[in-house]
Ligand binder design. Structure first.
Ligand code: PLP
Length: 366
């Protein structure tokens, strides 16, 4: 049986929240949302933010209010939740395969304007057949591997060959290309990131230009995350960017130069035990992901290291100002995977809790 959050905490001080809990500083998150929207005003590029990071229809609606042309989802389950919250324009950025997924994709396409991606002719044919059986056409992007080596067909001839096949499939509407350069998002130095990004995105834009010359539809050329979206508008064939992490940021992105968004996300923890060189807090693996390293204590000259599922050690080089019961805010190292561990955001302005928002697509792995 799940336990609903306690609405009585609204209006209370952040410090008085029960812990561990995920805290979203709304002033900072709004500044991040505004900055991203502003960055593309007057350019030929639109923003289609990736909701795999925040997992919140509420935040997705705030992005749409600021001019986003739709949203991205990584999983069908995320898209189903976003569609159920009234979001009508959804790009699913990962390849879908197998009968259960096709059934659900068709169900989703009946409710909302969905776009799928393909990197394989047989998989595309299966989606097309399912769409024809349902008397639908599903919009589709050919997904290109521009260096991440995860999914996507090779740029150039292999991509063109696939695009020609997709364009002939009766259940699919080819609407363009996707190429996400995930491997470049965390390249620390701006110049190095820009050079590598230029080379990777050229693979995408050159393929798009060839498809256009052949008369194929390339109205969408979708690319980029938080680390590279400010470089995308240099490329005339790019039509939209897919940033996700910028809303909340994390310490992994905090190390990357030239990004400029604020950390709006923290895990609030409590000191439960005093040690010689520091304190133990009640936030371990279950509260903070560590795939990008340990979290960083906020406003403390200290280090955090997980000490098992439920605990973490906050250690100081010199002295130890904390006592049992004190609160420690920890900035997550990777926002997507940390948010996925929590049921809700405790939303704050200044030092007060102003709302509790469900993390509605957490755990929607399918
Ligand atoms: C396909 C795709 N697009 C966009 C993003 C957003 O990237 P970021 O969170 O770095 O902004 C991701 C993140 O993993 C992704 O996989």
């Amino acid at each position: 049986m799940s336990r609903d959050p306690d609405p009585a905490v609204i209006g209370s001080r952040v410090e008085d929240l029960d812990t561990p809990c995920l805290v979203l500083d709304l002033d900072k998150a709004e500044r991040n949302l505004d900055a991203m929207a502003r960055a593309f005003v007057g350019t030929h590029v639109s923003v289609r933010p990736h909701t795999k990071t925040h997992k919140s229809p509420r935040l997705a609606l705030m992005q749409l209010q600021r001019g986003a042309i739709g949203v991205c989802c990584a999983k069908l389950g995320e898209a189903e939740v976003m569609a159920g919250s009234g979001i009508t324009e959804i790009l699913i950025t990962t390849e879908l395969a197998g009968p259960p997924k096709l059934r659900r994709l068709i169900g989703l396409a009946r409710q909302t304007r969905v776009i799928t991606v393909v990197d394989d002719a047989i998989a595309a044919e299966q989606i097309s057949e399912a769409a024809v059986a349902a008397k639908l056409r599903v919009r589709c992007l050919v997904d290109l591997d521009i260096g991440t080596n995860r999914t996507g067909v090779a740029p150039g001839e292999p991509a063109i060959e696939l695009a020609l096949k997709v364009a002939r499939m009766p259940g699919l509407d080819l609407v363009g290309l996707q190429g996400y350069e995930g491997h470049l998002q965390h390249v620390v130095e701006v110049d190095e990131r820009r050079d590598q990004h230029g080379a990777a995105v050229s693979l995408l834009t050159q393929t798009a230009e060839r498809l256009r010359e052949m008369g194929l539809n390339t109205e969408i050329v979708s690319t980029a995350g938080t680390g590279t979206c400010n470089m995308a508008a240099r490329h005339s064939a790019v039509t939209e960017v897919q940033p996700g992490s910028y809303v909340v940021m994390d310490t992994d992105y905090g190390r990357v130069h030239g990004i400029g968004f604020e950390h709006s996300l923290m895990v609030l923890s409590s000191v439960v035990s005093k040690r010689n060189n520091g304190v133990t807090v009640d936030a371990g693996f279950k509260a903070l992901s560590i795939d990008s390293g340990p979290a960083v204590p906020k406003d403390l000259d200290a280090h955090y290291a997980p000490r098992g599922d439920e605990h973490g050690l906050v250690s100081f080089e010199n002295g130890n100002p904390l006592a049992v019961g004190d609160r420690v805010s920890l900035i997550p190292s990777h926002c997507d995977t940390t948010i996925n561990l929590h049921d809700q955001y405790y939303v704050t302005r200044g030092d007060r809790v102003v709302a509790i928002w469900p993390i509605a697509t957490r755990g929607r792995l399918q």
